[in-house]
Design a protein around this ligand. Structure first.
Ligand code: AMP
Length: 547
């Protein structure tokens, strides 16, 4: 027997429409590249997003077409999110910190038809425009009187001018909730970056999940400032979760230093924020230096990399701010687990509570997880046994965009597919997960991926190098930094500086290894693959220069 409830599809346009209708005068505040603070309401945002959707449709964007962005967190980026997704297109957010060659590769792989960009990224667009023939227009997200002139970019369009060609009485269409809404590439896998393609349904469910009190927890009393960029897994879902609960939003634009963020926290009454650990190091340093206090900030989500225990302590003990340590992935929309105290923990002393908060946390409804051995068999939840972490749920990918890399899932005896995260973890008796290692061969620096394989392939191309391996070494600010380990060819001389210079122009600057170590041999497994676990063991006590 079927239920007799309305079959209303879960579409992202319904979130913004809800915010405009029921939290209409709630503000969205943005620090603009133009230099000023821009403020308007959910009513204004919804109206401009709808008008832009019509303008894009008139410009030829069709259902399923990808429209890319290279942009900071700001109101125009929010409008594009909803305009493109709401009309049935796919918003493809690109990480501007990638090398322009990688950006061009991603644009072409996604077959983006239009690309909207903040003018900070004009040099990137100038470098790639000629290499991306499928992009029909490049949209500069800036006031008309600041519109750039560039001979290198054909079809350069101004955002505000484009917006004027749309009709404000255009209405959001209704379509199937499983339609794609957003595309985000991750470099956290081997080989080329791979796309996670979210659906309207997965995005709305994830926004509900994110808003739960033991997840991020959002309400109409909150003022939320996402430091996490809108090109990092949709700013962890905040652009969807905030209008869903009617929270005020504050966008920091390109100024992500401690002083600028703190100023916005105080001037806008921010209660809740989110970002990777590196960002909070800068903020805490600024607040300490100034002898300042947070007058309104209550909690902040920290994830993307392991949050240092001292950071949780500093926020809690020195400033009365709760840190919610969170773990997730691009492939998971991204929320998986968050560490919050339960009733059972309230009687524990401070040190024991801190131990709980340091873990990556407990799943929220919508995510199931388990740890398994290399044979795929379930491992016990005892807080000690560690294994490969697998996840499953309605906001977790079942395949990568264009089926890149084949079927990524691992199947259990009942035929259920689980996504292998590439993380190695323990789970305790109460279901709190803690990451202990990573089986995937990538390095995470300041919340961004560095491909060890790319760095190795480049090093091996050097005429004096017989073999090379790159591993991540712990770093107090960046979490991990790459170390290049090299076996020289017999009888040839090559220095650390020669090798580092060899990378110049071939990779983004921040990918450059922090140091080079020369060894006689690199440990190899039976199939000839480099044994990274053995190398990590060998370099356990190694310290990067200057630390
Ligand atoms: P991304 O897809 O870029 O969001 O990266 C996801 C990966 O980042 C995870 O698979 C982990 O390896 C790592 N990660 C994310 N959050 C945490 C955390 N809280 N602690 C440790 N590692 C994390």
């Amino acid at each position: 027997m079927q239920g007799l409830m309305m079959d209303m599809p879960l579409l992202i346009s319904s979130i913004l429409r809800h915010a405009a209708r029921h939290h209409g005068d709630t503000e969205i505040v943005s620090r603009r590249l133009e230099g000023d603070i821009h403020r308007y309401t959910y009513v204004d945002c919804e109206q401009r997003a709808r008008t832009l959707a019509d303008a894009l449709e008139q410009a030829g964007v069709k259902h399923g077409d990808r429209v890319a962005t290279l942009a900071w967190n700001g109101y125009r980026h929010m409008e594009i999110y909803y305009a493109v997704g709401g009309m049935g297109g796919v918003i493809h957010t690109i990480n501007p910190r990638l090398h322009p060659d990688q950006i061009a590769w991603i644009v072409n792989h996604a077959e983006d038809t239009h690309l909207a960009f903040d003018i900070t990224f004009l040099p990137i667009i100038e470098a790639i425009a000629a290499r991306c023939p499928k992009v029909r227009s490049w949209i500069a997200m800036v006031d008309e009187d600041r519109h750039p002139v560039s001979a290198a970019i054909p079809n350069l369009v101004n955002y505000e001018q484009l917006l004027r060609s749309g009709r404000s009485n255009w209405r959001w269409p209704e379509f199937e909730e499983r339609a794609a809404v957003a595309l985000c590439y991750t470099s956290g896998t081997t080989g080329n970056p791979k796309g996670a393609l979210y659906s309207h349904r997965s995005t709305v469910l994830h926004a509900y999940g994110a808003a739960l009190p033991d997840a991020m927890g959002g309400s109409a009393r909150d003022v939320i400032l996402p430091v996490v960029p809108m090109f990092h897994v949709n700013a962890w879902g905040i652009p969807y979760m905030a209008p869903l609960v009617g929270a005020k939003l504050v966008f920091p634009g390109s100024q992500l230093d401690g002083a600028s963020i703190f100023e916005l926290f105080e001037s806008e009454g921010v209660t809740f924020s989110a970002g990777v650990p590196t960002v909070w190091l800068g903020l805490l340093a600024h607040v300490r230096q100034q002898g300042a206090r947070f007058s309104t900030l209550q909690r902040t989500v920290i994830g993307g990399s392991a949050c240092p225990p001292a950071m949780i302590r500093a926020f809690r003990d020195d400033y009365g701010v709760d840190v919610i340590h969170a773990w997730g992935m691009t492939e998971m929309s991204p929320l998986g687990t968050l560490s919050r105290l339960q009733n059972r923990h309230l009687q524990l002393d401070d040190a024991a509570q801190q131990k709980v908060l340091e873990k990556q946390g407990h799943v929220i409804y919508g995510v199931d997880m388990k740890i398994v051995g290399d044979d795929g068999a379930d491992l016990p939840w005892d807080g000690k046994t560690y294994g490969n972490l697998l996840v499953r749920g309605p906001w977790i990918i079942q395949a990568y965009f264009k089926s890149e890399g084949g079927d990524p899932l691992q199947y259990d005896a009942d035929g259920a597919g689980w996504f292998p995260t590439g993380d190695v973890a323990t789970i305790d008796e109460q279901g709190y997960m803690q990451i202990t290692d990573r089986s995937k061969d990538v390095i995470k620096s300041g919340g961004e991926w560095i491909s060890s394989i790319d760095l190795e392939n480049l090093a091996i191309a050097h005429p004096a190098v017989a073999n090379a391996a790159v591993i991540g070494i712990a770093h107090p600010k960046w979490d991990e930094r790459p170390l290049l380990i090299v076996v020289k060819k017999p009888g040839v001389e090559v220095t650390r500086e020669d090798l580092l210079r060899f990378y110049e122009g071939k990779i983004a600057k921040w990918w450059l290894p922090d140091d080079v170590q020369f060894v006689d041999a690199i440990p190899l497994g039976a199939t000839g693959k480099i044994l990274k676990t053995r190398l990590r063991e060998q370099f356990r006590d190694y310290r990067l220069p200057g630390l």
